[in-house]
Design a protein around this ligand. Sequence first.
Ligand code: NAD
Length: 381
Amino acid sequence: MPCLPSIQATDKRLKNYKIAIMPGDGIGPEIMQEAVKVLKLVEERNDVTFELMHALFGACAYFEKGEAFPQETKDICDQADAIVKGPIGLSHEESKKIPVDEQPERGALLPMRRRYNTYANYRPVFLPKGLAHFSPLKPQVIGEGIDIIMVRELVGGLYFGEKEVGVNEQGLRYVKETLEYDEAQIRQIMHHAFKLSSGRKKVLHNIHKSNVLKSSVLWNEIMEEVAVEYPDVKVINILVDAVATLLCLKPTQFDVMVMENMFGDILSDQGGGILGSLGLMPSACLGDDKAYYEPSHGSAPDIAGQNIANPYSMIGSIAMMLEYSFGMVDEAANVWAAMQEVFTDGYSTADLSKLDSSVTMISTNEFGDKVVGKLRAMPIV
Ligand code: NAD
């Protein structure tokens, strides 16, 4: 994975980092265990110490503490230099055991995003040419490889707007949810996207729905205003529905893509689909003062507890933390390279190997161990 420009590096003289570790639900603890193995090796290889502070978050926290984001978890996160979060959530049926407002996204995830104003969500969608066999797309569609970063606005829009439920004058149950953005919110995510694009291919796809949504009209106005400050970046405006198709037909045309909250939620899962698995989707959620790192996917209850989940997304989230929160750009690149080497040696977890007999299927633990082995063998720059 090519390095992203480091925009969030903290003071490099600070070498002792406090990291909140929140394994979460479902496959969370399994993939977090492998990510922590990698983190411990990074600590061993570098002039840093990591103080890992474990905390409950999500459904596990609700069942043990009565709240999905308990005060003691908030205290740990407040103290942390960075937060690493596993996926949270339960299956559709199981989630009915939790009151609606304490269900993991509403009770923990959105409040955490709001608490730390982590408005910029970077979701890399990366598949080199040599791993085209992982993708459901034809090798000629993958071409020289897919290398996209989706930049998703993470604390605005429909997910954070006012909500109202009730019974209307006709006696019918109704719901009203509000999609709201102000220009400052749009401007700050645009600056992230333009800066990222400036350090890459200088082509920025702006995803919108201005033919229907007024919010997209304002979004595009602000985009044009911010674009003036980045004359080297070419902007391509494109409707979100068209993007859904083009991601399948010609994903290689995209480099950096910027979009509002809900569009990003949906299109980034499609990103996982074109790679071959959501297990290949790490992410960074960046605010001006705090950042947290999590896989883009959910807790995968269908495969939890079987030691078959792909920990790439969780280990990749660690690599993003090393780069963005700690400025450890070279070691982050080593972690990405270690994972790619495991794949190119012909190994992968079940999600990526079941359709391809040339790939040797390994467990979650074995994948983590192989990454550790590869990283250990890499020179420290
Ligand atoms: P999901 O992302 O958990 O799973 C979708 C599919 O992808 C499943 O088949 C799953 O097995 C597979 N998958 C996901 N991650 C994988 C990995 N690392 N390795 C291999 N396969 C993987 O989506 P879902 O089933 O719709 O949601 C399950 C729960 O997760 C729900 O409660 C949902 O609300 C929650 N969720 C949480 C987050 C988050 O924590 N940020 C994000 C999305 C969904």
